[in-house]
Design a protein around this ligand. Structure first.
Ligand SMILES: [Zn+2]
Length: 468
């Protein structure tokens, strides 16, 4: 079936465009700089024509302001080109044509994007597994992490490593274009009744065009970044996403007790290493025949979002000396409702901070990469937001986080903490920081914990009596 090696197709026309357009952009800026310094400053303001008084101060200030505004544009553009041409966040290309076991990079995290079978998404062209939010781009023939869009103006793909510099470049360009448009509009208007300098009119046209263009781009890109979407995700926001979510310890135990090992029919399929219990029709779902006695698992499996479970590792390698078997990790496969964004961190400022950074100089200078480029968390590739927490609750995997003992009641019931304050606290901690929040308790586990707390409280009280 997959006999011919898939060659990542590249759209040569748009790649060539992407190589030419930056050079054109540099030429345009060089021309406008010439207009500001030559025809405007030297020939018009300093060496004024007849009937016009020379304006020395304006003549000195005008090119200085221009160059001052040009510096951040040039700096962000160079940084952007460097990142885009070298590595905007490409996913490595595999050299194997067939899918094998996904690397533990996926299954050792608690949450990852998967297909309806619970496997990570496979890119046929790159011959590799796609991490969350990675997208394959036909123009460059590569998968890019958190790809935003293909941009010919910057010569390639805008992804997680280049989005910040892209927005900075757009913003500084917008400021520069505003200055150029205002400047040229003033002097075109001033020279209107004489014969206007043709260079002024061309510069005004260029300034106005790029002002509108950059303004539109800044508004949409910042808006999407503030909502926690990429441009591509925003375009397909009606779609659903399958997520593999690690089952809480209690359900792990309940499930792994009854997990069938890989069926023999699957093991004897010769060189097809890619077997999982879910590939075998007899194990399409553990929960269609509710053979588990665990009521929490049964309840979770009745959720409308539930699509089954998968246990990693899918197969144990047979060509190595026997080692202690790795700990099995069972995941629930859930399908999100359309339009849900698990990576929306709950507020515009949080989402923008994930792109720009926490300090002012992170926002202003094109030096550091975005905080969202850090994938060291064991929980997920990208921090997860309150929509994800609500989703877990709706799917019956997690009970709402017990309010922390605000009053006398140590186990939360009858607490005076309002829903609003609880939501606020949920934003402050947990998934957004790559940590498991307190809500990662199953009800039964939670009850056990409360019971334990009460018992301890009772014992302490008795001890106190004895001492007294
Ligand atoms: Zn790809």
């Amino acid at each position: 079936m997959a006999a011919e090696a898939p060659l990542a197709p590249r759209n040569k026309a748009s790649l060539a465009t992407a190589r030419v357009v930056p050079a054109v952009l540099v030429l345009i800026v060089a021309y406008v700089t010439y207009v500001v310094i030559g025809p405007l400053t030297i020939n018009y303001l300093l060496n004024a024509p007849q009937h016009v008084r020379p304006r020395i101060a304006t003549g000195i200030a005008t090119p200085i302001v221009w160059l001052f505004l040009l510096i951040p544009v040039a700096a962000t553009y160079l940084r952007l080109l460097l990142v885009v041409l070298r590595d905007p966040g490409y996913v490595p290309q595999g050299d194997d044509e067939s899918k094998k076991e996904p690397p533990p990079d996926f299954s050792m995290r608690d949450v990852f994007v998967c297909d309806s079978n619970g496997h990570p998404i496979w890119c046929y062209y790159c011959r590799n597994w796609k991490p969350d939010r990675a997208h394959h781009n036909q123009d460059v023939g590569r998968c890019t992490l958190k790809m935003d869009h293909f941009c010919p103006w910057v010569g390639g793909v805008v992804g997680e490593r280049s989005l910040k510099f892209f927005i900075q470049f757009l913003f500084y360009s917008m400021v520069l274009c505003t200055y150029l448009t205002a400047l040229m509009a003033f002097f075109v208007h001033e020279t209107l009744h004489r014969n206007s300098n043709i260079h002024f009119c061309v510069a005004l046209g260029l300034g106005a065009f790029f002002l509108l263009f950059t303004l539109g781009m800044v508004v949409t890109t910042v808006q999407y970044a503030g909502m926690g979407w990429t441009t591509i995700e925003q375009a397909g926001r009606g779609n659903t996403i399958h997520l593999a979510i690690l089952l809480p310890p209690e359900l792990q135990a309940a499930l792994n007790g009854s997990v069938p090992t890989a069926p023999p029919s699957a093991l004897s399929r010769g060189n097809n290493h890619f077997t999982s219990e879910l590939d075998d029709p007899s194990h399409s779902s553990y929960f269609s025949n509710t053979n588990t006695k665990n009521w929490a698992l049964r309840r979770a499996s009745r959720s409308e979002f539930w699509r089954g479970t998968i246990t990693y590792p899918l197969t144990l390698p047979t060509d190595r000396p026997p080692l202690p078997a790795p700990q099995p990790r069972a995941f629930a496969i859930l399908e999100t409702p359309p339009g849900m964004n698990p990576w929306d961190l709950g507020s515009t400022s949080r989402n923008l901070t994930a792109v720009f950074g926490t300090k002012l100089h992170h926002w202003v200078l094109p030096v550091r990469h975005s905080p969202c480029c850090d994938h060291s968390s064991d929980v997920s590739f990208y921090p997860l937001g309150p929509q994800f927490e609500d989703f877990l609750e709706d799917a019956g995997l997690v009970q709402s986080a017990p309010p922390r003992s605000a009053g006398k009641d140590s186990y939360g019931r009858g607490s005076t903490v309002s829903e609003k304050r609880r939501r606020k606290r949920a934003l402050e901690r947990g998934w957004q920081h790559g940590e498991r929040p307190d809500g990662w308790w199953m009800e039964k586990e939670e009850r056990r914990r409360r019971k334990e707390e009460r018992r301890r409280a009772r014992e302490e009280g008795r001890d106190g009596d004895v001492v007294r």
